[in-house]
Write a protein that binds this ligand. Structure first.
Ligand code: ADP
Ligand code: SF4
Length: 691
């Protein structure tokens, strides 16, 4: 009951121009990798947020014209009337669940590549486009600016026709023309759109006025604005021009949606920014300047902080992208006093990585995210059990915990056995490393849920052998026995073990188990995996006063982390910690006093003196128990299934997903499950004609 748990302030309505929210939870625009390419899946993601209690649900950025073509990335698109039905799908479904729908209109200027349309790239000034590709944007002339304003007005009208309640003008993330015009680092114009802040803000003011005018009170007009670039005096600062912009435009929009730029600052990971509400020092001034409602973000997961922000007049609406992805039902759970059930975002940016790959969104904490339409998965609902009664899950890493929890929810008698002294597997281990402590939420959330249930028995210190599993007499067994890091150097570059002479060799498992390399010389961390863990370990060891040399065949440290928006921070952090980085080199061999690397292009050798090697190459699947059971006891079981890293080592998100999938598919006809892998959105062969 609102009011009963002290959070009633979060459930008050807020008037935004001509529309009123039902509470203060606001899902700000965020990418999904679905967009115009997969509109039915997109609508279902947003509708689930509405069902979970988010009173406003926004699209991702929506291209307004073919000169703002972000392909191959799957954002939204509103180039002409043919795009309206796909967006109407979303507004109808969001309205049906009682929420307001918002659309973030965008012209991306030199951030667009126009690879699909081959249109000239329009920019505030002449300059190379954002991505590394030999192509430049041309400075927009006056006719271009008139055209842009017309495109924006037309798109706003189409948004209204699609049923949106709130239409955004977007100057954020250094990704849109409105923002590029505002920032001197991009704007070198000498006309009335360049130079003084008064001039640089002109385009934004015109877009806001145009949008208000054409919508004529039918929809609210929101303004998304990055008040600070987090680069100090080299960029826009909240205390300087950021504030001045808010003062100039104070009451022009119906809603201020404020954050920081660029995207890597707006979506910082817990590895580099562990605090909830980390953007508040930049954004909290805004409410003092405008009389209009303000929404802000900062990976809010604490209801206490949310309520206090509203009570103290810092924000009117609690904005969220990632917390709403990790738990679409966060508002409902707060409203109903089910705080412990909230699946808190761990700030890993695996959701972001999917957008950067142009594939459907996924989430480490919420395996149903992106699967609402294509697999018909609901984060809070799962089919009840059928005939079978009892299941055994062996291993309590992310795969085992998720599988056990979902099977328990389905109503089976669940036994969970864990060999070690604590539950959580790799999540527990990795969360001991520097910067990753928030990751233990993946285990904590599931353990709490399992502990509430009367149909679950859980055992630590229970290393099961095949004979013991067979003797338990439980006919359905899921083996989430994980994986361990290879010590012998085989991996991406070398399929075979490397000759390591007398060199002491450590693995990531050793470090996570608390071992440290000797201090009598540097440790060579060989990162052939090139995921996140190599960089984390280097940082961890440097913090433990080890001299670290990180060698990798990649061009940069932790290349994978480009996708999570972290790579720049990873490499800067390592260099600042004194880690020597040797890119583009593969490990060949070692002897007692050092290691031999070779350049991946020329094979030129390079020797590194070191006292130990930390091998971060690839993982060995933990299938021994499964192999033994299938070889000697198969006739005792109805189900014997490997899940998680034991089936295929991957991300924590993959382990959670396969645990979830196995629980959903349990007692389904395997052939039907195979044929029904997921629903696809196929291209229509209808002739669209011209606009
Ligand atoms: P995943 O990522 O697939 O969930 P993890 O490596 O995180 O895998 O977890 C695997 C867990 O399985 C570890 O905690 C490990 O102790 C446990 N385990 C492995 N073999 C056995 C076994 N034979 N009996 C019980 N637990 C096991
Ligand atoms: Fe949060 Fe990670 Fe899920 Fe993204 S993928 S919403 S950062 S838990």
């Amino acid at each position: 009951m609102p009011g009963a748990n002290g959070y009633s302030v979060l459930f008050e309505p807020v008037k935004i121009g001509p529309v009123t929210t039902r509470n203060r939870f606001f899902q700000v625009p965020h990418c999904t990798g679905l967009g115009h390419v997969r509109p039915q899946a997109e609508a279902a993601v947003r509708a689930m947020k509405a069902e979970g209690g988010w009173s406003v649900v926004s699209t991702q950025e929506t291209e307004i014209h073919p000169t703002s073509d972000l392909g191959p990335y799957a954002e939204h698109r509103l180039w002409d009337k043919h795009d309206v039905p796909a967006l109407r799908l979303m507004t109808e479904q969001v309205h049906a669940k009682g929420s307001l729908a918002a659309i973030q209109l965008a012209h991306n200027g030199h951030h667009a590549m126009n690879h699909l349309t081959r249109a000239p790239v329009l920019g505030v000034s002449d300059r190379p486009i954002d991505v590394v590709y030999p192509k430049q944007a041309r400075a927009m002339d006056k006719q271009d600016i008139r055209d842009l304003r017309r495109w924006h007005r037309d798109a706003a009208l189409r948004a209204r026709d699609a049923g949106f309640d709130i239409v955004y003008v977007y100057a954020g993330h250094q990704m849109t023309l409105a923002h590029h015009f505002l920032l001197p680092q991009y704007n070198s114009r000498s006309d009335e759109y360049g130079g003084s802040l008064q001039n640089r803000v002109r385009l934004t003011r015109e877009l806001l006025e145009d949008t208000r005018e054409v919508l004529d009170g039918h929809c609210a007009v929101a303004f998304r604005f990055a008040v600070d670039q987090m680069i100090g005096t080299d960029g826009m600062q909240a205390g300087e021009e950021g504030r001045a912009v808010v003062e100039m435009l104070a009451d022009l929009p119906d809603l201020w949606d404020v954050n920081v730029a660029d995207w890597s600052n707006d979506s910082q990971t817990t590895r580099f920014q562990p605090e909830d509400g980390y953007q508040l020092p930049y954004t909290e001034f805004v409410k003092q300047v405008t009389s209009k409602p303000v929404v802000g973000v900062g990976r809010f997961t604490s209801p206490d902080l949310m309520a206090s922000l509203v009570s103290r007049g810092v924000l009117d609406l609690i904005g969220a992208a990632r917390p709403s992805i990790a738990d679409p039902f966060l508002p409902k759970k707060i409203e109903e006093g089910r705080i412990e059930e909230i699946r808190e975002c761990i700030g890993c940016n695996i959701c972001v990585s999917a957008d950067n790959l142009g594939v459907p969104i996924r989430c480490t904490q919420n395996p149903t995210m992106g699967e609402e339409w294509r697999r018909k998965w609901h984060p809070e609902v799962i089919a009840p059990k059928q005939q079978e009664e009892a299941v055994l899950v062996v291993g309590s890493g992310p795969a085992g915990l998720e599988c056990a929890m979902q099977l328990a929810r389905r109503g089976y008698q669940v036994t969970l056995a864990e060999a070690s002294g604590e539950f959580g597997g790799r999540v527990r281990k990795e969360s001991r490393l520097k910067g990753l402590s928030a990751w233990k939420r993946v285990a904590d959330n599931r353990l709490w849920d399992l502990q509430q249930r009367g149909n679950v028995q859980m055992f630590t210190g229970s290393l099961l052998t095949a004979a013991e599993v067979a003797d338990l007499g439980i006919p359905n067994v899921f083996l989430a026995t994980g994986s361990s890091w290879h010590r012998d150097g085989r991996g991406r570059t070398s399929p075979l073990a490397l000759a390591m002479g007398g060199m002491p060799v450590f693995t990531p498992d050793d470090i996570m188990d608390g071992l440290l390399p000797p201090t009598d010389g540097p440790v060579l961390l060989y990162d052939d995996d090139q995921g996140y863990i190599g960089g984390v370990l280097a940082s961890h060891l440097a913090a433990a006063d080890r001299k670290v040399v990180l060698a990798t065949p990649g061009a940069v440290a932790s290349a994978f982390t480009e996708l999570t928006l972290e790579q720049h921070r990873v490499q800067a952090d390592l260099l600042q910690a004194g880690v020597e980085i040797i890119p583009l080199h593969a490990l060949q061999s070692a002897d007692a006093s050092g290691a031999l690397l070779s350049c991946i292009y020329t094979s030129r050798p390079r020797r590194v003196d070191c006292a130990s090697v930390l091998m971060v190459t690839s993982r060995q699947r933990g299938t021994a128990l499964y192999d033994d059971l299938t070889a000697h006891h198969a006739d005792r079981f109805t189900t014997l299934e490997l899940i998680g890293d034991a089936a295929a080592p991957g991300l924590i998100a993959d382990a959670v997903f396969t645990g979830h999938l196995a629980a959903r598919n349990f007692e389904r006809d395997p052939e039907a499950a195979d044929a029904d892998w997921f629903r696809r959105e196929l291209i229509s062969l209808e002739d669209m004609g011209g606009a």
